[in-house]
Design a protein around this ligand. Structure first.
Ligand SMILES: NC(=O)c1ccc[n+]([C@@H]2O[C@H](COP(=O)([O-])OP(=O)(O)OC[C@H]3O[C@@H](n4cnc5c(N)ncnc54)[C@H](OP(=O)(O)O)[C@@H]3O)[C@@H](O)[C@H]2O)c1
Length: 325
């Protein structure tokens, strides 16, 4: 039987108080689709930016409100549509869904194409919810866009955040020398997960302390991204991840003859499955800074907007306790 569920929606852009619990009906999966009973949803800065009406996803959605934020889900398959071959009822799964326009993860259930999900085998639902968008961004930034090679030196700006702390672990496991910027309180944490050199971005000479690197993964953008151009070796490059300031940094790079590229993360089930193997084997670990009930999603947005979360935040759905976390 299809039943009622709750989602956290907005009917207008604004501060976190616009997030409201809204009752809805479970959707029925069509050809090739499955319904996931969501246990945890990952929280990402883009959720808060779009809720506030900023960026491309907000511009595209402005005439399509209400909108349910969230792209990272982990939960259990509770209904499969016709023609589904890869997933069965009762299987735990995670994925980056409906990116970048549809969203929908801040909800008790969601219907998605089976291709958007990966089985969670030996990885917890919480870790599965925290991984997809941040992990894929770290992976694609380092390897697809940055072309990182074993033995190279990489600078990760904002190493302690959701994307950063995964990028540190992936780059270190791959055999790169990893330099990060972070506030002093995060230096011990970052050393513990594989960073070789930690530099405090509050120091006026932080870029000089970094020295030269083959690749910068810029997770800050703006003036920090521009300042990091001074760290790029001749022939090196900078990948800037925040989309809003990407053009500014590309222009500054081209004035200095430095290769700068922007990026937009894309779903990739193979990469997600590879990262899940790293988590399962203990070669990477997600630090969870906080867990909020769905009804407290506004608090999670305030925390991510403050800009100093270490690792990731997740939302817990009502009923999540029925499944092992
Ligand atoms: N283009 C894409 O496809 C894409 C995909 C994912 C993310 N993004 C963007 O990438 C950015 C990073 O995402 P995220 O999820 O990692 O964010 P996040 O988790 O919110 O980042 C928080 C971290 O930023 C650090 N930080 C704050 N100010 C800093 C500074 N001036 N220098 C160095 N570190 C600083 C904080 O460390 P301290 O406490 O030590 O200050 C904190 O740990 C966001 O702008 C996000 O929107 C873009």
């Amino acid at each position: 039987m299809d039943c009622a569920m709750t989602q956290l929606q907005i009917t207008a852009f604004g501060d976190p108080s616009v997030l409201k619990l809204t009752p809805s009906l479970d959707k029925v999966p069509a050809q090739g689709e499955v319904r996931v009973r969501i246990c945890f949803a990952g929280v990402n800065p883009i959720d808060a930016k779009t809720r506030a009406g900023l960026g491309w996803a907000a511009a595209q959605n402005k005439d399509k409100l209400p909108w349910t934020p969230g792209y990272d889900v982990a939960g259990v398959i509770d209904k499969v549509g016709p023609g589904v071959t890869s997933l069965k009822e009762g299987e735990p799964v995670c994925g980056m869904v409906g990116f970048p326009l549809v969203g929908g993860a801040y909800a008790e259930s969601i219907v998605v194409n089976e291709r958007e999900l990966v089985k969670l085998d030996g990885v917890s639902l919480k870790q599965g919810a925290a991984l997809p968008l941040a992990g894929l961004t770290a992976w694609q930034g380092l390897f697809e866009h940055g072309g990182l090679k074993r033995g190279q030196r990489v600078l990760i700006l904002a190493g302690a955040g959701g994307v950063g702390h995964l990028a540190v672990q992936f780059a270190s496991a791959y055999g790169a020398e990893v330099v990060v910027t972070a506030s002093k309180e995060n230096h011990g944490f970052l050393h513990g997960i594989g960073a070789d050199l930690m530099v405090d971005y509050h120091d006026a000479d932080w870029a000089a302390q970094v020295g030269l690197v083959d690749l910068v993964l810029d997770l800050m953008g703006g003036e920090s991204g521009k300042a990091a151009l001074a760290c790029v070796k001749p022939g090196g490059q900078l990948v800037t991840v925040p989309t809003i300031t990407a053009q500014l940094i590309k222009d500054a790079g081209s004035a200095l003859g430095i290769q700068v590229s922007g990026m937009l993360v894309h779903p990739d089930s193979k990469q997600l499955a590879q990262m899940l193997i790293l988590l399962r084997q203990g070669d990477a670990h997600i630090t969870l800074a906080g867990e909020f009930a769905l009804a407290e999603g506004a608090l999670a947005h305030r925390a991510i907007e403050a800009g100093h979360v270490r690792g990731k935040l997740v939302l817990r759905m009502p009923g999540a306790e029925r499944y092992p976390a």
